[in-house]
Ligand binder design. Structure first.
Ligand SMILES: C[S@@+](CC[C@H](N)C(=O)[O-])C[C@H]1O[C@@H](n2cnc3c(N)ncnc32)[C@H](O)[C@@H]1O
Length: 529
């Protein structure tokens, strides 16, 4: 499966690279270190990238991007043509509207009230799509033409996968996050409509674009997707101040889009850097320019790599369309409450070694009140503990699964309290057991173990089958869509297995502690119990 730029002939590819570099270095204030080079990494399925052609010491400025060269709301000629699009505070972004989505989605779920909303009211995401479409339609008359020419026309993000390809992700929580239909809706209402209603601005008479046939709705929809995906994988959040770039309490600030406002932009050259979870360069956001700096010594021939944050394989694939081994430490799996509840029910029914009938409908009824009062999660993210990268972009130690999410344990506690209330009226012995700390822990662990086993069963293939596919991959790194899907689903299954092993260890410890306690108890108390 070709990646983003694989179909461009080598000669054209090099010519585009050359023209882009020429354009970039001609920008007033731009710099490009003599010992770095833009190269064709398509043989590694990595498009363009930047490598060191000689050893580079730490803290070297690799290149500098003057702010006027950035394509964004502040520099776009569209702002003077259609100022109303750029006016006013940005409306709530995706991050503010939906919990489970990061702000840099192009799979924007259109909130119902949005459907009738004024299409002219734009958020930072849709505004940048319009800015890019406007520039694209100017063709060679655009001041960013050589830069736009090196942006990909095709993407490997799941947004563009066929149903069959998506099927390879099996039970991954990535599948419902792709959101193709929502993205279509957003592009039709916020992009296609605006371009259609303002053709004079998008196809100006004095530009070669005017000679071109106007794009149909379907062509604009496809262009909107292309630009939205380019933003997802290439744009930067320009709101960041330099001091925010410094290591914060929770480690490295990822260097990519956040979309909290209207300050997202396309940053030529900064976005030619590929990225990994182990990296050696960083982009500093200065007042007049952005600067790429080496974080440690970079050897001759080594690729210069940026950082997109501690993203799981699934998230890296969703946003950027690739996976790497180094990101696997950040893999996660989502465990639905429904499965946990099923496991807890089985455990409760087996309390005191006998099958107990519980009035579950009564439990549901009481839970409704709990749900109305407090927060109730539908699913939980299971992840490993992992050190943040150090100041040189290196990670140390193994990532390990060290426990269940606190919110999951809290929710189980609330659930068991309600169950105890319901059981109490019918079976005092069981209700008493449900008040016991050890019994509650047994139910929690057993319930979660059952849920995890069920979760693993939701995938159509076993981890062992997936591992076999992955072992057969030439070069080791999954690059085709199918291989990347197998990588993602296998990563999730590995976490499930690690979580099950953790639960079993906890169960074993609990059993031993209980055995010890029972041995120590005086005979009379034992009999009473
Ligand atoms: C900001 S761009 C980097 C430049 C890009 N390689 C190009 O040719 O335009 C991000 C895209 O580069 C690719 N990419 C980034 N890091 C990569 C890596 N470590 N391995 C493979 N591909 C990578 C992915 O396609 C991603 O969506």
């Amino acid at each position: 499966m070709p990646t983003t730029t694989d179909t461009v002939p080598v000669g054209d590819f090099e010519q585009q690279t050359h023209k882009f570099l020429e354009w970039f270095t001609s920008q007033p204030g731009a710099t490009f270190h003599k010992d770095i080079k833009l190269v064709d990494l398509r043989d590694k399925s990595a498009g363009r990238g930047i490598i060191a052609t000689a050893p580079i010491p730490a803290d070297t400025t690799l290149f500098t991007i003057p702010r006027p060269s950035i394509l964004c709301a502040a520099t776009s000629p569209l702002a003077s043509k259609l100022p109303f699009l750029f006016k006013g505070p940005a409306e709530p972004t995706v991050a503010e509207e939906t919990e489970n989505h990061t702000a840099d989605d192009d799979d924007v779920p259109a909130a119902e009230e949005d459907q009738e909303e004024d299409p002219n009211s734009q958020d930072s995401w849709t505004l940048l799509i319009l800015i890019l479409i406007h520039e694209y339609l100017q063709g060679s008359a655009s001041a960013w033409f050589p830069y736009l020419s090196v942006l990909p026309q095709k993407f490997d993000t799941p947004m563009f996968w066929t149903g069959e390809e998506l099927g390879e992700l099996q039970a991954s929580a990535l599948v419902p996050k792709v959101g193709k239909e929502e993205a279509d809706e957003m592009i039709r209402t916020k992009i296609v409509k605006v371009v259609k209603e303002n053709e004079a601005a998008f196809y100006p008479a004095d530009s070669p674009a005017a000679e071109k046939k106007k794009l149909s709705e379907e062509e604009l929809l496809a262009l909107g997707h292309r630009m939205g995906s380019a933003i997802m994988a290439y744009a930067f959040d320009l709101a960041k101040e330099d001091d925010e770039d410094e290591e914060e309490e929770d480690g490295w600030v990822e260097d990519k889009v956040a979309a909290q406002n209207d300050t997202m932009g396309m940053v030529p050259m900064a976005d030619m850097l590929n990225a990994d979870a182990v990296f050696n360069a960083h982009i500093n956001h200065g007042e007049a320019c952005l600067t790429a700096t080496s974080l440690r010594e970079i050897k001759e021939g080594e690729e210069i790599l940026n950082y997109y944050g501690p993203l799981s394989s699934a998230e890296l694939l969703r946003r950027y369309g690739y996976v790497t081994k180094n990101h696997a430490r950040y893999d996660v799996v989502e465990l639905g409450w429904e499965l946990v509840e099923g496991g807890l029910k089985e455990m409760v029914e087996g309390v005191k070694g006998r099958k107990k009938e519980v009035d579950w409908s009564k439990v549901d009824e009481l839970l409704e009140e709990e749900k109305e009062e407090g927060e109730w999660e539908d699913s939980f993210v299971l992840e490993r503990q992992s050190e943040d990268p150090d100041s040189e972009g290196q990670v140390h130690g193994e990532a390990e699964f060290l426990g269940l999410p606190e919110e999951l344990e809290e929710q189980v506690k609330v659930y068991l309290k309600v169950v105890k209330k319901v059981v109490g009226t019918g079976d005092r012995a069981v209700a008493e057991a449900l008040g016991n700390k050890v019994v509650k822990k047994e139910i929690l662990l057993g319930g979660v173990r059952k849920a995890l086993e069920e979760r693993e069963g939701q995938y159509a293939t076993s981890l062992e089958e997936d591992e076999k596919v992955l072992q057969g991959i030439e070069g080791g790194r999954p690059t085709t869509r199918k291989e990347m899907a197998v990588w993602v689903r296998a990563g999730e299954k590995r976490i499930i297995r690690e979580a099950v092993a953790w639960v079993q260890r906890e169960e074993e410890e609990l059993k031993q502690a209980k055995g010890g306690e029972e041995k120590d108890e005086p005979a009379a108390k034992k009999r009473k119990a």
